[in-house]
Design a protein around this ligand. Structure first.
Ligand SMILES: [Zn+2]
Length: 218
């Protein structure tokens, strides 16, 4: 068996290309923190634990840490009517969560802080319509384009529902999408993909998966 130095070389180059470090560009990068709300976090404090994603409280810090590295920090949040159609009481698949004006709908304190100033988009505000994607119910895409943003750094809650829908819409709208795997958490529920399946779908659709610490290192 002979060795093939050419083949070996191209393999090494391929690995290098795959592992290239993404450099942040404050002019063209924006952070999009999807639904980092108290209702999606485990815990007993007011509003917490309505629809808890295991580890949901850990996504806020890595997202907030990126605020100083980009010119635009945007966040979305569920702001549901008390009888929203996605709730089990109405035949939906979710326990009641993030009802407008209640503690559960409030953003994690670190995201509230990072968002000053920033862009907030409420979604799920209509009683009979679901709205998993932050793009579906807002002029977010136009506003980002007008601001010169070409790449979105996306994280939040939950990986396999609203982060997935938002990041897929961002790709469809023509943005580069970087999904921050250390700034996402998933829930298990019937009828939705798992967190790992969601990340695989995003990667196959063209998103880059990395961590926030890899972006800010050095
Ligand atoms: Zn919701």
């Amino acid at each position: 068996m002979h060795t093939d130095p050419g083949h070996h070389f191209s393999g090494a180059r391929h690995r290098l290309r795959r592992m290239r470090v993404l450099k942040l560009n404050p002019e063209t990068d924006a952070v999009l923190a999807v639904d980092v709300q108290r209702g999606f976090m485990p815990g007993d404090a007011p509003g917490y634990g309505e629809l808890p994603a295991p580890g949901g409280d850990r996504v806020a810090a890595p997202l907030a840490a990126l605020a100083g590295h980009v010119s635009i920090f945007a966040a979305s949040g569920d702001s549901h009517p008390a009888d929203h159609s996605s709730f089990k009481t109405r035949g939906g698949i979710w326990p009641a969560h993030c009802v407008a004006g209640t503690p559960g709908a409030r953003l994690h304190p670190l995201i509230e802080q990072a968002l000053t100033p920033g862009w907030f988009f409420a979604k799920g505000t209509t009683r009979d319509a679901d709205a998993y994607s932050a793009f579906a119910v807002s002029d977010l895409a136009d506003r980002l384009r007008q601001a010169g943003i070409t790449r979105l750094l996306v994280g939040g809650l939950v990986t396999n529902v609203c982060v997935l829908a938002t990041a897929m819409d961002a790709l469809a709208a023509g943005f580069e999408v970087v999904v921050l795997t250390d700034a996402c958490a998933a829930v298990q529920a019937a009828g939705v993909p798992t967190g790992q399946e969601a990340l695989a779908q995003l990667r196959e659709s063209g998103a880059t998966l990395t961590t926030s610490s890899a972006l800010t290192r050095g």
